[in-house]
Design a protein around this ligand. Structure first.
Ligand SMILES: Cc1cc2nc3c(=O)[nH]c(=O)nc-3n(C[C@H](O)[C@H](O)[C@H](O)COP(=O)(O)O)c2cc1C
Length: 368
């Protein structure tokens, strides 16, 4: 078999090959084991910073939720550094109340990139001003309009541009930057149709500032053929998450991985989450309860989300996601991308990346 040469994903002085970013997955689904395994294959592992600490009052050491969250991210970064010498990043959701704390820890630890979505990270460059780091700043967007607003705001306020964008399409897992009605309609928007808008925004700012802004496309990327198609359309790399869940190294418990393998297309539903955005999940009893409007009692000692109103929210999403991570799927749910039902088995990260590279080679070009 001819050896496949995949192109580099170049983000300034950060070079990633294969050009695959593993999307951050909370809570604790992409932690040090998965992230280091991905980075050890040359791709780019990403720690999800959400939900690393238990939500609750001060612990027995008197540490608040904010302090525990900072310490948990610091420890996760260090645990990952022990397992890989390669670069990796941290995903921080803009919806988090302790966003600034988590970004500062990531910058102080000089992680290779902060990737930030679930809202627009308009103020992120301000946090870099007193911290010396080489961390790339990569917003996640779902439209050319959002990319334009970020470029305009960052260049006007801070005289900087994003180092890259992740363009996340409607087939993605996690929270989605699309209207609920669009996501449940028969005519789902296609990421391939949004990519040209984002590329043209990047081009406009690239020529004004003389800086390349690569676009990394995610949401439903499943095979090497998908990667080849998106790179041909102008993407510089892809972001993939769902496929990495069913790997030996993924930090999620077996029950979580089995929920992926057992899922069928009709089990996948869109819910409106307390984050204020739609999210894609696998239907289970817990999802049926929240969809029926049942209010699941909870206390909220710390408002972990900027927009969640604990008086009107019918459940605590932080607790639901931590329960899922602990394998308690009676009181939690499993987030997933739209192609989850196509996963049939658990493989190693190495096997997955080799398979993607081989399919990529068959569909783009091969070198001998
Ligand atoms: C279980 C799960 C958890 C996720 N958690 C986050 C998160 O914490 N922050 C975030 O920005 N995106 C999150 N995402 C989105 C992924 O990072 C990624 O962009 C997206 O799922 C890519 O689409 P794919 O899963 O079809 O490959 C999550 C996705 C999944 C499947």
């Amino acid at each position: 078999m001819a050896k496949t040469k995949l192109p580099d994903l170049v983000i300034g002085d950060l070079i990633i090959n294969p050009p695959i970013v593993q999307g951050g997955m909370g809570a604790r689904v992409s932690a040090s084991s998965l992230v280091s395994a991905v980075s050890n294959e040359g791709a780019f592992g990403v720690i999800a910073s959400v939900g690393l600490a238990e939500v609750g009052e001060a612990d027995s050491n008197g540490l608040s939720y904010e302090e525990r969250s900072k310490a948990a991210l610091f420890n996760m970064i260090h645990a990952t550094k022990l397992k890989t010498k390669n670069s990796f990043g941290v995903n921080i959701m803009c919806a988090l109340s302790n966003y600034d704390d988590l970004a500062k820890v990531s910058l102080e630890e000089n992680v290779a990139a902060i990737i930030s979505g679930a809202g627009l990270p308009l103020g992120l460059p301000a946090l870099t001003q007193d911290i010396k780091s080489n961390t790339k700043l990569i917003p996640i967007v779902s439209s050319g309009r959002a990319a334009d607003l970020i470029c305009k705001t960052w260049s006007r306020r801070y005289n900087v541009l994003p180092d890259a964008f992740v363009l996340e399409g409607p087939l993605a897992g996690g929270h989605l930057g699309f209207k609920f009605t669009d996501l449940v309609s028969d005519e789902l928007p296609l990421v391939e149709n949004i990519l040209p808008e984002v590329l043209s925004v990047c081009k406009k700012y690239e020529s004004a500032k003389g800086k390349k802004i690569p676009v990394i496309v995610g949401g439903g990327v499943f095979t090497g053929k998908d990667i080849a198609r998106l790179l041909k359309l102008g993407a510089s790399g892809v972001q993939m998450a769902t496929r990495f869940v069913c790997t030996d190294e993924c930090d999620a418990p077996d029950l979580f991985k089995q929920a992926y393998i057992n899922s069928t297309e009709k089990d996948i539903v869109i819910i409106l989450s307390p984050v204020g955005l739609p999210a894609r999940v696998i239907k289970n009893k817990f999802v049926e309860r929240i969809e029926s409007g049942e209010k699941i009692k909870f206390t909220c000692p710390y408002r972990c989300l900027k927009v969640c109103n604990p008086y009107s929210a019918n459940y605590c999403i932080a607790q639901a996601m931590i329960n899922a991570y602990k394998g308690n799927l009676e009181e939690g749910y499993v987030m997933c991308g739209a192609n989850v039902h196509r996963i049939k088995k658990i493989v190693s990260v190495k096997e997955l990346i080799n398979e993607l590279a081989e399919e990529f080679g068959e569909n783009l070009y091969t070198t001998t």
